[in-house]
Design a protein. Structure first.
Length: 132
């Protein structure tokens, strides 16, 4: 598996791109933020409850108003072309979210993910505490 990570000390985030770069559901914590870029759209997922994979999703076809969403998985194809599910987010795959819409659930599937950026809450908090 190839993974390329870039760390920017000014904004304290990690950019994941390349073949099969991923963020597993176990990697995310409360108040972490994930930026999901596809060819034509950009989504933002702010984690509220990592145990239930709940957060606020905005961007893409949803527009800029954040909505309560649950990250279910990513779906993509293996090197042999077989469809696979991934417990989290992975470049080259499509993210699947469920949104609460009144009494109904709404399904949102992104187009193929080109880059992922994970901004850890702990890094943001330590910066603001030491930067004062």
């Amino acid at each position: 598996m190839h993974c390329e990570a870039s760390f920017n000390s000014d904004s304290h985030h990690s950019l994941l791109s390349g073949v099969n770069s991923s963020i597993t559901l176990d990697d995310i914590r409360v108040n972490d933020k994930v930026l999901i870029k596809t060819r034509n759209s950009e989504y933002r997922f702010a984690v509220i409850d990592p145990t239930s994979h709940k957060g606020m999703l905005s961007g893409g076809a949803l527009g800029e108003e954040p909505r309560v969403a649950f990250l279910i998985e990513s779906r993509g194809k293996d090197a042999d072309g077989a469809s696979r599910e991934f417990r989290g987010l992975r470049t080259g795959a499509r993210a699947l979210f469920y949104l609460s819409s009144g009494l109904a659930l709404e399904r949102v599937t992104t187009s193929e993910i080109s880059t992922l950026t994970l901004v850890k809450a702990a890094e943001r908090n330590s910066i603001s505490l030491t930067g004062d």
